[in-house]
Design a binder for this molecule. Structure first.
Ligand code: HEC
Length: 139
């Protein structure tokens, strides 16, 4: 399936694929800022946090079903590249050693479940409550 090969495969088509940095600037930066710091209290910061969602059950799905990702006009293969890039760019130190990068197929399957609506904030809070026990050495 050609979709899984991302930019390499797209490069064969007429217009060159945009770089992930450019996709971020055009689609995400307005809310998340160039450095992922977010905007006031409405858009949460990413550095030191965003890759920690990968550690908890449901977190991998959460990162794709937030409205900014799942409801984006970008296609699945671009979003997979963009989210993989974003995790590395803003929170590399918290990426689990066994992290498997998102593929277009995985992004597609999460998007088919639908973008979160207003419940995104509550889901985020419940996932973050699990952050501490997972990182703790205590049972
Ligand atoms: C209109 C503003 C807006 C845009 C545009 C936007 N986001 Fe978001 N994003 C948010 C908000 C607000 C949250 C917090 C969850 C929620 O309440 O929806 C969030 C959460 C996230 C999260 C989960 C991280 C966390 O700490 O909760 C990821 C990943 C994410 N966005 C990626 C993206 C990407 C990638 C793009 C561009 C394709 C994008 N967002 C575009 C507003 C935006």
């Amino acid at each position: 399936m050609i979709l899984a090969f991302g930019q390499q495969a797209l490069a064969a088509d007429a217009p060159p694929a945009r770089s992930t940095q450019t996709m971020w600037m055009l689609n995400c930066q307005g809310c998340h800022r160039a450095d992922g710091a977010g905007t006031g209290s409405a858009v949460p910061p990413m550095p030191g946090i965003v890759a920690r969602f990968l550690w908890v059950p449901g977190g991998r799905e959460y990162l794709i079903r937030v409205p900014g990702v799942a409801a984006s006009p970008l296609p699945d293969d671009s979003l997979a590249l963009l989210v993989n890039w974003m995790l590395k760019k803003f929170d590399q130190e918290n990426i689990p050693a066994d992290f498997t990068p998102y593929t277009a197929a995985e992004v597609s399957s999460f998007r088919q479940l639908g973008a979160y609506g207003e419940e995104a904030g509550a889901i985020r809070a419940s996932l973050m409550r699990v952050f501490v026990p997972v990182t703790s050495t205590n049972p």
